[in-house]
Design a protein around this ligand. Structure first.
Ligand code: NAD
Length: 495
């Protein structure tokens, strides 16, 4: 039975939910669409928060047409002015931080403490960081060695054009802003397609973008199904670049589609990240950090430390410590202050996660704790720890995207490096040891885009982030993340 939305929605989020529903094309909020509407559900109790219009190919065509004009205008706006608008947007987000955090918690199901303390402030930091790059992108100057010393050359970085940003549901606002702010700073224009499960903060961001002074069509928001709106965007000949974050299966499909029209493409995909605890580590920190590495956001994190390798001598102590933490975690409703671990985003995701645990048990692994749904409203899965795993087991090879940790023991450094690298993914890794030389040696030997030493989860807009292997192509954050929205042009002048 659908619950009354007013029972769960705090006052701060009600005005937006009451008016939300249209997609942003140009400066218009469009409700009449070719692709119908979708109810937006609160994972905490299944109540319907609102419904939003879904984009189909016709709306994608309209948005691309508007974007073409907008690009001509925006790419001519001075970098200082572009930065100024983005800084204004950051200020507006700060002013509406509680509203954004509340909408994100309602939409994704993540604890309000997390969205207030992490998602929203970090997103605003990211926006300001990328805004700063608008005025700092440069080319290089060369004195060419040949040509009788008569040719002077330079490179300039120019915006790619129209960007389709396609994002998943686990960090909807952050993923959107990472892409949108980098692309706009570089002088591109963006059509954002949020996940069909979590469109709310993307739509609110669209409103704030207009208020901040983004010209019409520079930033458009088209909620829609992946196989309809997403497909229309990635196949549209007018789109120059696709920046995609999501699963490997869809990422592979998107890459194939992009090749057909030679679109530029960045892919941020899944992971099965190893986290290695050596016997000489600061164990209390390693235990707490390793629990956090998998249970943060109920494990719905691309770089979650889902494969834990513990050195023999401390295996029992570490595993017992993490099992104890799992037992103390407080599941709860997303908007309750005391909630440590919220529900998963959907019933489908819960069933998917539980099926992985069952497969692990069928293949001979031992479930130490959890492994079941919680008997309470929402799509909760108990924090789960699985031991006696082998590298060839399904749960060790595939991304579960839930609060499920696989633990195994190791005896030798080279063996654990080989095990850690025996994955087709390569997004992130953790190393816990007091021995600095060992930490650096292992970090360099791991096939991963990011390695954390004596910590996990440190993501910062200064640090390029992205994957090796099947975890993706390209980097977001840092200078590289903004340059990814530019092309290099060489200009040579005869003196
Ligand atoms: P998903 O691949 O199912 O969907 C991601 C986005 O792609 C959604 O907006 C979806 O509508 C869209 N999409 C689906 N089919 C499409 C198509 N044919 N063409 C174009 N777009 C299409 O992923 P998800 O379930 O939303 O998110 C979870 C996945 O995202 C996990 O695998 C996770 O690891 C990954 N992820 C990666 C990162 C990273 O930075 N590497 C960050 C967050 C999440």
């Amino acid at each position: 039975m659908a619950l009354d939305v007013n029972d769960v929605v705090p006052e701060v989020a009600r005005p937006f939910l009451a008016r939300a529903g249209g997609m942003l094309i140009g400066s218009r909020w469009v409700r009449d669409t070719s692709a119908g509407e979708l109810a937006v559900e609160h994972p905490g109790d299944g109540s319907v928060l609102t419904s939003v219009a879904l984009a189909g190919p016709a709306e994608v065509d309209q948005a691309v047409e508007v974007a073409q004009q907008a690009f001509r205008r925006w790419s001519g706006v001075s970098p200082t002015q572009r930065a100024a608008v983005l800084f204004r947007l950051a200020d507006l987000m700060e002013r509406h931080a509680l509203e954004l955090a509340t909408l994100e918690s309602l939409d994704v199901g993540k604890p309000i403490l997390t969205t207030r303390m992490i998602d929203v402030p970090f997103t605003i930091d990211t926006l300001r960081y990328n805004a700063g790059w608008a005025t700092k992108l440069t080319g290089e100057a060369y004195e060419l060695a040949g040509h009788g010393g008569l040719v002077s050359a330079q490179t300039v970085r120019q915006p790619l054009g129209i960007v389709a940003a396609i994002v998943p549901w686990n960090f909807p606002l952050l993923q959107a802003v990472m892409k949108v702010s980098a692309a706009l700073a570089a002088g591109c224009v963006v059509i954002l397609k949020p996940s069909e499960l979590t469109p709310l903060t993307a739509l609110r961001l669209g409103e704030l973008g207009i208020e901040a002074g983004l010209p019409p069509g520079v930033f458009q928001v088209l909620p829609g199904r992946g196989d309809v709106a997403g497909e229309a965007l990635v196949t549209h000949p007018g789109v120059h670049k696709v920046s995609f974050t999501g699963s490997g299966t869809v990422g592979r499909h998107v890459a194939h589609r992009c090749v057909e029209t030679f679109k530029r493409v960045t892919l941020e995909l899944g992971g099965k990240s190893p986290n290695i605890v050596f016997a000489d580590a600061d164990l209390p920190r390693a235990i707490a950090g390793s629990a956090q590495a998998i249970f943060f956001n109920a494990g719905q994190v691309c770089y979650a430390g889902s494969r834990l390798y513990v050195e023999d001598a401390v295996y029992d102590e570490v595993v017992e410590g993490i099992v104890a933490i799992a037992g103390r975690m407080t599941p709860g409703m997303p908007l309750e202050e005391g909630t440590d671990i919220g529900p998963l985003v959907s019933a489908r995701q819960r069933e998917r996660v539980l099926a992985y645990v069952q497969t692990a048990a069928d293949e001979g692994a031992r479930v130490l704790c959890g492994g079941h749904a919680l008997d309470r409203p929402g799509y909760h899965v108990a924090p789960t720890i699985i031991a006696d795993v082998r590298e060839d087991m399904t749960v060790m090879r595939e991304e579960v995207f839930g609060p499920v940790l696989c633990v195994s023991r190791f005896a030798r450094q080279n063996d654990v490096i080989a095990s850690a690298n025996a994955s087709r993914y390569g997004l992130a890794a953790g190393v816990w040891t007091r021995d600095g030389r060992k930490a650096q040696t292992v970090a360099r030997a791991l096939r991963a885009g990011t390695v954390w030493i004596n910590q996990y989860h440190t993501i910062d807009p200064h640090m390029p982030f992205g994957g090796w292997g099947e975890s993706g192509w390209g980097r977001e954050f840092g200078r590289a993340g903004v340059e990814a929205y530019t092309e290099t042009k060489s200009i040579a002048m005869r003196l």
